[in-house]
Design a protein around this ligand. Structure first.
Ligand code: DQA
Length: 148
């Protein structure tokens, strides 16, 4: 099966961006680790980062046409703002996990609100880059249970 990982705005700066909050791992590191992990389990990974809301929305629409089985998304700041991205995920009806590197509940109040959590399969936050690996393992288990 194919799993799509979507990274929202400013995550291209990972490694340099507020390292005390987001760590020193780069986005390339994360994508490479996930690609390897997916292949080890006999699955495929696609990853995309964009700073533009419409590009993420278009990628989600395309995912439905491509038969993508599962999405792992860190909507970044769009978490707290984007009804449009929420509607895109609901519109294609592909199960997804919402993920954040930081523990958003330890941070500013405006980060406590998410447009995704109530419609996500699950939510992971505060575990840094490791959270993506845990999300991928959960996605794989979900897909394999469906296949039984
Ligand atoms: C983030 C948390 C968001 O509040 C923030 O806007 C980000 C990254 C995280 O991964 O911790 O850009 O999604």
């Amino acid at each position: 099966a194919t799993i799509l990982v979507l990274h929202g705005p400013n995550l291209n700066l990972l490694g340099k961006r507020e390292p005390t909050i987001y760590g020193s791992t780069t986005l390339d590191d994360i994508n490479q680790t996930l690609t390897t992990l997916a292949l080890e389990h006999g699955h495929h990974l696609q990853a995309m980062q964009s700073n533009a809301e419409y590009e993420l929305i278009d990628r989600i629409h395309d995912a439905a046409n491509e038969g993508i089985h599962f999405i792992i998304i860190n909507p970044a700041a769009f978490t707290h703002t984007s009804v449009a991205l929420r509607d895109a995920l609901l519109g294609v009806n592909i199960p997804f996990i919402e993920i954040h590197l930081s523990n958003v509940y330890q941070r500013e109040h405006f980060r406590h609100q998410s447009y995704f959590s109530d419609v996500a399969k699950g939510v992971i936050c505060g575990l840094g880059a490791q959270g993506y690996e845990l999300a991928l393992l959960a996605a794989i288990r979900h897909i394999e249970n469906l296949a039984l």
